[in-house]
Write a protein that binds this ligand. Structure first.
Ligand SMILES: Cc1ncc(COP(=O)(O)O)c(C=O)c1O
Length: 454
């Protein structure tokens, strides 16, 4: 019988995060101050983030030590398992080998606590007592609520309205970990009120929720802002995933030809892919594939441009693939992938040809999710199901070409709180929405006049 699970001992938990900035052929372009057009410095960010995270944001060290206090909490669920998907391979009749790294074993059910715990730790160390944040599907909000609870911090979560309505039990989870939660756009911030005045029925978006959380933090001395994706330090914290996966693939006597992750802001994709990209930059041949929804096709159809990270233009200007900061994606069920931009490091890697991207329709993604659940047993989160779909499509394409490949994907979370989405799929109520060309053109007007990257 061939082995299914590849497990590491707690003592093998990575002790350092991997910083891909040190190895990138072209470094990401600087983030700019919207007023001056000059690169943003540490002092500009100090009201929002603790200095250690700001230093990680700009660090060029290849590795950064993980504090013992963070490792101690990681050990509650890390190292996470890596599986060989024997049954999925059988179900699709592929000659390729499929592996997946499963991040759904964390307390919050996704990869998000990997950075939430680190961020809560550095904020406590710097004397902050309260964090504000946004959440899409509720995965990030629940991860930060969990981390804040363990470190004794207060936590305020602005949750995208459509997900707040669709996923009531993620709300309960956030409350169970002691955080306060409100639907975004809300009446509690100036930007929330302005958006509600113009669009009383707004389903919300990550861009809007970020505006609210940033405003909250900027106005309170005791509060820092915490972001669950996009920023360099967030991607850095996720690299424990890929480092473990490399050791586990070794246990399996294999190395991937293809590494796959879904992309919202880019953190779980980066977490798995960056340690493998280190090998690729060093000369190994690996195909690295980012999977996104056709309703929010940032990498496949967005422009590489300077844009705001949020709808109300409170953040610095970020060099990234974007659909425009006031773009509100259709309310698809992969709420965590409804973001107009993407991490600048991922954009740069895309421009340099080190990664590629594909976009999928949600009914195709749910069909793959159900196939996966029926063979491997785990009910995947709709976001993670984009990576499953990417892996299945890759295996099928290899079969058609008469090739055999070793495929590794990141199963970034379980879908236990997403069953309403599955209900809609089974009832035939899911709509397939690909972003309309006219809407894209309209939304991209928002970035006219902003600086263009070199
Ligand atoms: C399970 C899961 N996967 C992926 C994502 C997308 O975020 P990121 O691109 O930062 O990994 C989310 C976001 O909420 C998520 O909950």
């Amino acid at each position: 019988m061939e082995q299914t699970k590849f497990l590491l001992d707690e003592s093998e938990l990575p002790k350092r995060w991997y910083n891909i900035r040190a190895d990138m052929p072209s470094p990401p372009q600087p983030t700019l101050h919207p007023g001056t057009g000059e690169p943003v410095g540490p002092d500009d960010l100090a009201p929002l983030f603790p200095m250690e995270l700001i230093m990680q944001e700009v660090s060029e060290e290849p590795e950064i030590a993980i504090p013992d206090e963070v490792l101690d909490i990681y050990s509650l669920w890390r190292p996470t398992p890596l599986y060989r998907a024997h049954r999925l391979e059988g179900a699709i009749g592929t000659r390729s080998r499929i592996f997946y790294k499963y991040e759904g074993v964390s307390p919050a059910g996704s990869h998000k606590p990997n950075t939430a715990v680190a961020q809560a730790y550095y904020n406590v160390k710097e004397g902050r007592t309260r964090l504000s944040t946004e959440t899409g599907a509720g995965q990030w909000g629940s991860a930060l609520a969990f981390a804040c609870k363990l470190f004794g911090l207060e936590c305020k979560v602005y949750m995208v309205k459509i997900s707040y309505d669709q996923k009531p039990f993620r709300r309960s989870l956030i409350q169970a970990w002691g955080a306060t939660i409100v639907a975004s756009p809300s009446e509690e911030t100036e930007c929330g009120r302005a958006i509600l005045e113009e669009h009383p029925d707004s389903p919300g978006s990550l861009g809007i929720a970020i505006s609210e959380a940033v405003e909250d933090a900027a106005l309170r001395e005791d509060t820092a802002y915490s972001l669950g994706s996009v920023l360099n330090h967030v991607l850095l914290h996720q690299t424990v995933i890929g480092q473990e996966a490399i050791a586990q693939m070794e246990l399996a006597g294999a190395f991937p030809d293809v590494v796959i992750g879904c992309v919202g802001g880019g953190s779980n994709f980066a977490g798995l892919a960056f340690p493998f990209l280190r090998e690729k930059i060093g000369g190994r041949d690996i195909d690295v594939l980012a999977c996104e929804p056709a309703a929010c096709p940032t990498l496949t159809r967005g422009l590489f441009a300077y844009d705001f990270g949020d709808t109300s233009k409170l953040t610095p200007l970020v060099p990234m693939h974007t659909l425009g900061h006031d773009f509100i994606p259709e309310p698809i069920h992969a709420g965590g992938l409804r973001y107009h931009g993407v991490a600048p490091m991922i954009s740069q890697l895309m421009i340099d040809g080190l990664i590629r991207a594909e976009a999928y329709l949600q009914t195709d993604v749910f069909a793959s999710a159900v196939l996966f659940a029926g063979s491997e047993g785990i009910i995947p989160a709709p976001e993670a199901s984009h990576a499953i779909h990417g892996a299945i499509e890759t295996a099928r394409a290899a079969d058609e070409a008469g090739e055999e490949r070793t495929i590794l994907f990141n199963l970034s979370g379980h879908g236990h709180f997403d069953m309403a989405a599955y209900d809609n799929y089974f009832a035939g109520k899911l709509e397939d929405v690909a972003l309309d060309e006219d809407e894209m053109e309209r939304a991209l007007h928002a970035i006219e006049g902003l600086p263009t990257p070199a």
